[in-house]
Structures are given as structure tokens and as C-alpha cells.
Write a protein that binds this ligand. Structure first.
Ligand code: ZN
Length: 134
């Protein structure tokens, strides 16, 4: 894992959360992006080397909506950047981690992403991501 690429935060209302985080971080969101396949709208903030990713549902059957129903707003996942996601996924599997995705999928911010199940990380949803442009 190269670094913490971003921290994902589940929110109910993307507009309100964007305003709140703009105040908190003293910087504006640099990108808003909808990932229709996931039923999520994302908004990104830069904080030094890392980013904050706000995630809000775009429809009732969105995984983020299910998360909000169960746990409410708050920290959703930590994302680590990797050089080679296919290799890292194989390595994680070999080391006993349970992957939610069998194959990397397209995420926001030009990334290939995969999630590790919280049951194999002590309760933390972990995303690994590879920049498609690198
Ligand atoms: Zn993420």
C-alpha cells in the first residue's frame, strides 16, 4: 500500500455536506462525480497528500443508502493507493483477507477499485485503488 489515498464519508445530503466540509477544510470541493452503477454521488476535497470523498445515495437501493439506514452518517471507508490492483488483490486473498469484489471495478476519480470485507479487517471497510492514468 503506497499511502492513504482518501477517506470515504457517508452523507445523506451531498450539498449540505459539501458546504460543511468546505468550511471544515477551508477549501472547496474540486470534483463532483456520480457513479451510476453504484447509485452514488461523490464529492472530493484535497487535504495535503490525501483526499476526503463524500458519498451520498442517488437512489433508495444504493449501497450507501443501506449503509446510512444501518449506521447513519459517518466514516465509511479508508482507501489505500496501490500500484497494481490485480496483484494486490491476489496477495490479499492469499493472506486470508475476504474481498467483496472478485474483480476490480470502476470507481470515481479515474480509479480501479476493490473493497476488502470489514469482517476480515476488524470492522474497517478498506478500499484499494489504482489510478488508471498511472
Ligand atoms: Zn473511496
Amino acid at each position: 500500500m503506497k499511502k492513504i489515498e482518501h477517506i470515504g464519508i457517508a452523507v445523506k445530503n451531498i450539498d449540505e455536506a459539501e458546504q460543511r466540509f468546505a468550511k471544515l477544510l477551508n477549501t472547496l470541493s474540486y470534483k463532483r462525480e456520480t457513479v451510476e452503477s453504484e447509485g452514488v454521488v461523490t464529492s472530493f476535497f484535497k487535504t495535503g497528500e490525501s483526499k476526503i470523498e463524500l458519498l451520498a445515495p442517488t437512489r433508495p437501493d444504493s449501497p450507501i443508502q443501506k449503509y446510512l439506514d444501518k449506521k447513519g452518517e459517518g466514516m465509511h471507508h479508508i482507501a489505500f493507493e496501490v500500484d497494481n490492483i490485480d496483484q494486490k488483490m491476489a496477495e490479499l486473498k492469499q493472506n486470508g483477507f475476504v474481498l467483496i469484489n472478485e474483480q476490480p471495478k470502476d470507481g470515481a476519480d479515474n480509479k480501479r477499485i476493490a473493497f476488502i470485507h470489514p469482517k476480515s479487517t476488524g470492522g474497517i471497510l478498506v478500499e484499494i485503488c489504482q489510478d488508471k492514468t498511472k
